[in-house]
Each structure stands twice: as structure tokens, then as C-alpha cells.
Design a protein around this ligand. Structure first.
Ligand code: ADQ
Length: 476
């Protein structure tokens, strides 16, 4: 289905990971399940309607399985050896590019063998995409693991239309210039026809870089390269609002939210953090602010409780192991100093949760704390807002998230400044309920009118893929 005579696909998504997880059934058999998450649910209909393919890695090292179909998508696995997982994925992607693109929150490591592996793996992805694409097809490449793919693919297949979307921030020119082989990375991106970013600042950083590093002459949102035009623009990503709506309407989820509140101490106000355990997320600064508020007597263990959910992430990378230790020490310190028997000031959950449990937590919370030091967008902030159909609850949000540009009715804070986080938390706790409801209403209108489908259609519309042009939907 969906393949033309040459065996190619009209629409191809290329991402580090395939949109599936391998699960083992009760019978001990392995099978593939579609991964949860907004990006996959937004792209799946686009891929399916166009008889498209998805090129990516399964998540396990070693030989790749043969291409297979799931939910109307053709999946084409790209193999990675164990060494490549170390060097391309955990090394160059997550220990070089990730920290550098997040404003050097941690020191990046620069290694020649990682760069070589990154290039080799990017070439493999580009070849797989070239094999999958029909003549004049559209290929949509995703994220920082695959920065070289657009140019490599263009060389192999000058006929295809190439879009690229970066899910993380794009750094200021001074930082980008620190990268060894920086010119190749920029040239890699310039292979695309459309380069999408989470925010306007990122797009400007990129265009400025084309002038300083490649001597090009960007104008407005575009730049001419080798007689082609490359457009660079912001497309703020969003969430699957319909999925959150469905969960918040579920009586079982609502009952779970009530139960969580009771278990956490009835009338105590609930502060909530939900993050991947990542040093960009500002979890330590948030815990420190909470500790200091208790120490100053501004809040008391009788009146408030903090639930911090931290999803295990990139656990083989040293900086993530060290972060985990520091976070656990801070949780221990606060519990030791301010806890009572049977009444802890912080509940720290180093676990991954299902969507229903997450939404129950959002519903139960009084104050949601989203305080990254730098974040491309931050979907947790948008999920919280989407969940609050009761128009209650306050959002404390870091200015350094992409989401802050759209959710400026949140209590915005400088997440690098513990005092400012404290101020934001206190303002949120003491806000007038009517003020909170007005803020939440505005934020909900914003998120509902710009959901993940809007984002995908907007990007594909600008890339010139035929289909309905996006229209901001009416807020429900
Ligand atoms: P992330 O850095 O992973 O994404 P974020 O945007 O917050 O950050 O998305 C995290 C997702 O994981 C959310 O959907 C959240 O619900 C889920 N999640 C978090 N903790 C969980 C838990 N304990 N159990 C289950 N699910 C959990 C990257 C960029 C972001 C950008 C997104 C999308 O770093 O800036 O917003 O991609 O482009």
C-alpha cells in the first residue's frame, strides 16, 4: 500500500527513533506497539494518508529487523551497533550537541571518534531515506541527532522536498562556533528547503549563523544557497489536546486525582514537577527553592507538599548519573529537615508513568512547577494547561522555555535565580482564585487553538505539501 511502481513512498519521516516500542507479551512473544506521545499521534495520520514510511532506529543495538507495517505506516529500521549507540547517540548527540544547544548548562565533550560515528550514522539514515522516497517525494527529518541528513539526502536525491524540524533550542552564534566541524553541521541543515524551530529566536540565531559562518545573505526568513531558497521559521510544537480531553473526562482519572489528594494529606496544597531527569530541566534549583521556602517559614510542611516525578533518562551518561545523585541528596535533605513521621514534604518518584496517571496528577495539583534552565518547548506545561478544564491551578513557568512565549499568563520566573523561583511559587500559592481562572482561561485558549495537528499542518503547508492549510481552531 502507498508504494509506487519504483517501491518509493510519497512521504517519509526520518527520526532517530521509530514510533514503536518492543514489548513482550504474556506468551513471551515479542511484538511492536506504537509509542505513546503527541508527535507520533500527529504524524501517524499524515504518514498513513500518504502511504508513507518512517525511517528510524528501534532502540536496540545490533541488526535491524526487516521493514514492517504498523497502523498504516511502513517502518524501515536503521541498524546501530553497540559502539554507534555509545558514540553517535550517547556521545555526539547527547553529550556534545545536547548540552551545547542548551546554553552549556553542562560542559559538552568533544571527541573525534564520536563525530566520525555521527557522520557515518547520519549517512546511513540519509541512504535509508533516499531508498524509501518516491520521485519528488517529501521527506521530513527530525532533530539534533540528524543535523547532517538534509544535505546528505539532497546529494543522493536532488528531486525530493526536504523539511527539517529541530525540537531543541538553536544556540546563539557564539556558542555554535565552539563546535568542532561547525561548518559541516550548518551545511547539513542548509540541505533542507524548510528548517523549522520551536521559537523565533532560534530561527534568527540560525539565519545569523548563515551570514557569519557561510558568508550568505539571509533576508527576512530565508536565505539563498546554491540557487535554492532555504526558509527558516518558528513552528512551536504542541500536544494532542483531544487525548488529554478524553482522559480528563474519564471518571476513573478524576477519581484517581481525588484519591491522590487524599493520600497526600487532604487539605495540603499540592505542588507538582514532572520532567525527564535531565540537567536542563532545573530540578535542582526548583528543589532548592522549595527547601528555602520551608527554611524561611514562608510555607510549612502542614500546608504544602511537593510531588516531583522524574522519568529515568540517558542513564549511562555520567552527567545524568551525577544529577540523579544530587537530586536525591536534595530530596533527602529537605525530608530530613522538615518532614514529620507519616508526612513527607517531598515525594520523589524516579519512575515513568502512564498517560492516565500523569493526567490525574495534573488534575490534583494546585501549582505546576516547570522551571527548566533552557528548553526547546516543554510539553508538560501545555499538558497541564490542557488538563485543567476546571480553570483552576497555577503554572509557574521558566522564561527559558519555548512555551513561555505562548503561555505568558503563567507565573514566569528566571529559573537560574532561586529567589525568583521562590517569588513565583509564593505568588502562585497566594493568587486570587479569579485571577488564576482568568490566566488559565487565556492559556487554555492558546493551547486549544494551536494543538499538535495545527503544528504539523502548518509545517507541511509551508513546506508545500498538498493538504488543508491550517486554521487556528476556535477554543472550545
Ligand atoms: P523533552 O525534553 O523530553 O522533549 P517535554 O517537552 O517536556 O520534554 O516532553 C516530555 C514528555 O514526556 C511529555 O509529554 C510528558 O508528559 C512525558 N513525561 C514526562 N515525565 C513522564 C513520566 N514520569 N512518565 C510518563 N511520561 C512522562 C523534547 C524537547 C522539548 C520539546 C519536545 C517536543 O527537549 O523542549 O518540547 O522535545 O518537541
Amino acid at each position: 500500500m502507498g508504494e509506487d511502481a519504483g517501491g518509493g513512498h510519497e512521504f517519509v519521516v526520518v527520526a532517530n527513533r521509530l514510533p514503536v516500542d518492543e514489548v513482550t507479551g504474556e506468551d513471551g512473544q515479542h511484538r511492536w506497539e506504537r509509542s505513546p506521545g503527541g508527535l507520533v499521534s500527529a504524524l501517524q495520520p499524515v504518514v498513513r494518508q500518504r502511504g508513507g514510511a518512517w525511517v528510524g532506529w528501534t532502540g536496540s543495538a545490533g541488526e535491524a529487523p526487516e521493514p514492517f507495517d504498523i497502523d498504516g505506516m511502513r517502518l524501515r529500521p536503521v541498524p546501530l551497533s553497540a559502539e554507534e549507540v555509545d558514540q553517535y547517540y550517547e556521545g555526539q548527540s547527547n553529550a556534545t550537541i545536547w548540552p551545547l544547544f542548551h546554553d552549556l548548562v553542562e560542559q559538552p565533550t568533544h571527541r573525534r571518534d564520536w563525530r566520525r560515528a555521527y557522520e557515518a550514522v547520519n549517512r546511513r539514515f540519509a541512504r535509508a531515506a533516499a531508498d524509501a522516497a518516491a520521485p519528488d517525494a517529501t521527506v521530513w527529518v527530525h532533530d539534533y541527532q540528524l543535523l547532517l541528513v538534509p544535505a546528505m539526502l539532497r546529494e543522493l536525491r536532488p528531486d525530493v522536498r526536504i523539511g527539517f524540524f529541530l525540537h531543541i533550542p538553536f544556540p546563539p552564534v557564539e556558542l555554535f562556533m565552539q563546535l568542532p566541524r561547525r561548518r559541516e553541521l550548518l551545511t547539513g541543515l542548509l540541505g533542507a528547503d524548510l528548517v523549522g524551530f520551536q521559537g523565533a529566536l532560534a530561527a534568527q540565531n540560525f539565519l545569523r549563523l548563515t551570514r557569519l559562518l557561510a558568508g550568505l545573505e539571509p533576508k527576512d526568513d530565508r536565505v539563498e544557497v546554491d540557487g535554492r531558497t532555504v526558509v527558516a521559521r518558528a513552528f512551536p510544537i504542541s500536544i494532542d489536546v483531544a487525548e488529554v480531553d478524553q482522559l480528563t473526562a474519564d471518571p476513573a482519572v478524576q477519581e484517581r486525582a481525588r484519591q491522590l489528594r487524599t493520600e497526600l494529606g487532604g487539605d495540603r496544597r499540592l505542588l507538582l514537577g514532572v520532567d525527564r531527569l535531565d540537567y536542563t530541566k532545573g530540578i535542582e534549583q526548583r528543589l532548592e527553592a522549595y527547601h528555602d521556602l520551608l527554611a524561611d517559614g514562608e510555607i510549612s510542611n502542614d500546608d504544602v507538599v511537593l510531588v516531583q516525578v522524574a522519568t529515568p533518562s540517558r542513564q549511562r551518561i555520567t552527567q545524568y548519573q551525577q544529577l540523579r545523585e544530587r537530586v536525591e541528596r536534595e530530596v533527602g535533605r529537605t525530608t530530613g529537615e522538615f518532614g514529620d513521621v507519616g508526612r513527607a514534604p517531598v515525594h520523589y518518584l524516579f519512575q515513568s508513568f502512564g498517560r492516565a496517571e500523569l493526567v490525574a496528577l495534573y488534575l490534583a495539583a494546585d501549582v505546576m512547577l516547570v522551571t527548566p534552565l533552557r528548553d526547546g518547548m516543554n510539553l508538560v506545561a501545555k499538558e497541564f494547561v490542557a488538563a485543567r478544564r476546571d480553570e483552576q491551578g497555577a503554572l509557574v513557568l521558566s522564561e527559558f522555555t519555548g512555551a513561555a512565549a505562548e503561555l505568558d499568563d503563567a507565573f514566569l520566573v528566571n529559573a537560574h535565580d532561586t529567589d525568583d523561583i521562590k517569588r513565583g511559587i509564593l505568588e502562585a500559592l497566594n493568587a486570587d482564585p479569579q485571577d488564576l481562572a482568568a490566566r488559565m482561561r487565556h492559556m487554555r485558549e492558546q493551547v486549544r487553538a494551536h494543538d499538535i495537528d495545527y503544528w504539523a499542518r502548518d509545517f507541511l503547508g509551508v513546506l508545500g505539501v498538498p493538504g488543508a492549510p491550517p486554521e487556528a481552531r476556535e477554543a472550545a
